[in-house]
Design a protein around this ligand. Sequence first.
Ligand SMILES: NC(=O)c1ccc[n+]([C@@H]2O[C@H](COP(=O)([O-])OP(=O)(O)OC[C@H]3O[C@@H](n4cnc5c(N)ncnc54)[C@H](OP(=O)(O)O)[C@@H]3O)[C@@H](O)[C@H]2O)c1
Length: 244
Amino acid sequence: MPDRAAIVTGASSGIGLAVARMLAEEGHALTLNSRRPERLEPVVADLRAAGHDVQGVPGNVADEAVVQAVVAAHRDRHGRLDVLVNNAGVGAGEPIHELTTKKLDLQLGANLRHIPLFYREAHDLLVAAGAEHGNALVVNTSSISGKRGEAWLSVYSATKHAVVGFTQAMNKELGARYVKSCALCPAFVDTPMTDFVKGAVPPEKMITTADIAEMVRALLRLSPGCTVPEIVFEQTGFEIGQSL
Ligand SMILES: NC(=O)c1ccc[n+]([C@@H]2O[C@H](COP(=O)([O-])OP(=O)(O)OC[C@H]3O[C@@H](n4cnc5c(N)ncnc54)[C@H](OP(=O)(O)O)[C@@H]3O)[C@@H](O)[C@H]2O)c1
């Protein structure tokens, strides 16, 4: 069994990829998930080539069976879970008077529904890690839109507020067993998700994926008595009416 192991969803790109690389550097065996196998496989191959113990389990986390398969594959291969990163998500903006049920359900499924399911499926592994070293960690990627609602991104904002609230609830429910949860709440991060806005917001003025990974790295180092329930990342000196 490895000394430390982690699951990262949405790991083929952007924030999830940066956090997965950091966790590998920090000695974690990994199980990585994202929907498209053709984008996940090169990430797994790269990390393996660098000597890390990594497997990929592709699939849409909106499907409960995929959540179960990711955790089951992780349990079979690695046997322990110290860090769970619930990062998969999509933004699909539209004005409320044109709301489509398809985009509503897409965002509820991709941004929210899988998070409680991952906690349920991984509960015993996380509690065991908390009992062993006092710092089992669940990172849930919310957004600055989880702190202040955004026009056009109303459903996205609602799902991300729910992630913050759910994270708070998990700290109350599982904190005493040293399973600590943190919601990440960034403004624009330079990833493919923000390509649509890069004409108006220069990528060099965005938060970097390395910024996010470094803050998660710091969470790994906390003493058992300390929980950081959320981290808000703002763009320096940059005001814009809308963010993801
Ligand atoms: N970039 C920003 O400015 C920003 C700001 C605040 C919060 N966030 C949040 O950060 C998270 C990561 O976003 P990112 O910016 O890194 O975007 P990204 O580069 O587009 O990466 C998104 C990742 O999630 C995967 N994914 C999407 N839907 C999925 C699903 N239903 N099941 C499994 N995997 C899924 C994608 O791969 P596949 O498409 O192949 O599945 C990809 O690996 C999201 O939750 C997003 O809401 C982003």
